[in-house]
Design a protein around this ligand. Sequence first.
Ligand SMILES: Nc1nc2c(ncn2[C@@H]2O[C@H](COP(=O)(O)OP(=O)(O)OP(=O)(O)O)[C@@H](O)[C@H]2O)c(=O)[nH]1
Ligand SMILES: [Mg+2]
Length: 183
Amino acid sequence: MNYEEQKAKYHLKIIVCGAGAVGKTSIVRRYVEDKFEFNYLLTVGLDPSNRRIEVDGIQVNLVIFDVAGQKRFQTLRDVFFRKANGALLVFDLTRPETLDELYEWKIQIDNRLGKDRIPAILVGNKSDLEDIQIDYGLLEDKVIPDFKPVIYLETSAYQDKNIRDTFLILTEAILRRQGILTE
Ligand SMILES: Nc1nc2c(ncn2[C@@H]2O[C@H](COP(=O)(O)OP(=O)(O)OP(=O)(O)O)[C@@H](O)[C@H]2O)c(=O)[nH]1
Ligand SMILES: [Mg+2]
């Protein structure tokens, strides 16, 4: 932990969930390093990174846990979920099956941390692509009521769209739920 991170009063663990290749690593890399990579380099294990954020004058250190989405790498999930404070539930707007796969992640979060216990943001990523395949009726009538996210956001790690807002809104929701932020 460096000096800047030590100065932060709160340390929050954010977990980034979702199927393989939906863009979890790309979202985190855009947010933490402001970089984007077109080549798919799948994540194998767990990959935590840090970023400082200020909310209403409160200094927060986000510890962001990126994890392998491909099912063959499920072994590290216990460490991944442990003591998480908030989650990004990411799917790929061009692959509706990745939205179905989020139900499995939601069940794992609920089992390990308690039902609807931590705030989550539902993230439809790759909004820059043209072949968006999402059934918005289903999203509104079923998926959002099932997941009860703080908000649904469409992001593009490539175009840097809604990436900072996603982390900001999630951090605010966590601080509010913990009674640190009021109003
Ligand atoms: N066009 C576009 N491509 C994206 C975007 N985000 C990610 N990608 C691409 O999608 C592919 C997968 O991205 P990753 O970030 O590696 O996906 P991941 O969810 O971390 O995948 P796993 O580590 O296997 O779970 C890569 O080729 C990225 O360049 C985006 O916003 N727009
Ligand atoms: Mg990855």
